[in-house]
Design a protein around this ligand. Structure first.
Ligand SMILES: [Zn+2]
Length: 183
């Protein structure tokens, strides 16, 4: 169990390149300038898969990668996030899982709680991801099971809280042209 403070030098970053399959180089460039080891930057893409499946496969790949076994924190970003100076508070924020506020279009109303979480850009400690086991992301259906009630981020947030961990949010990131997936 680590309670260590976030340090990007002890982190690995994964960019979700769904659905286009290529990674915007500005994200790794920015993270590496912020201190991330270039050897710990990875992309993942399963373009034909639902986005929650892509997220789950990325987390599984992250925590099971023997090369990353000593890494204490994992950063996950969507390919359409725009990182800049307004992200700085995110680096120092406390929390077991730390997200960031970004433009969600029609879903901006869902930022109402201080611990509201969406998966565009976030970080978590290794032990949190290991204990809050797979699947980390899944669809939240309506009570009758017929429709999607909440985005898959809400499933993750509920599960993290159910295990007694905290979700916080700090800083601001830009959000590029929508890929058609609001997450
Ligand atoms: Zn979401």
């Amino acid at each position: 169990m680590g309670e260590e403070k976030f340090n990007i030098e002890n982190a690995a970053a994964f960019v979700n390149c769904f659905p286009r399959g290529h990674c915007d180089p500005t994200i790794p460039v920015w993270l590496i300038q912020a201190g991330l080891s270039a050897k710990r930057f990875m992309t993942y893409s399963k373009r034909e898969y639902p986005i929650e499946t892509c997220y789950n496969l990325a987390i599984k790949a992250a925590i099971e990668n023997p090369v990353l076994k000593d890494v204490g924190w994992f950063i996950f970003s969507d390919n359409d996030m725009i990182l800049g100076e307004e992200l700085q508070p995110w680096f120092s924020a406390e929390g077991d899982v730390v997200g960031v506020t970004y433009d969600m279009g029609d879903l901006n109303r869902t930022w109402g709680r201080s611990d509201s979480f969406h998966s565009g850009l976030w970080r978590a400690r290794r032990d949190v991801l290991e204990r809050v086991h797979a699947p980390w992301f899944d669809t939240v259906l309506t009570d009758d099971g017929c429709d999607i009630d909440k985005c898959c981020c809400e499933y993750f947030a509920r599960k993290v809280r159910a295990y007694g961990y905290t979700i916080t949010r700090a800083g601001w990131a830009g959000h590029g042209v929508s890929t058609g997936q609001q997450t």
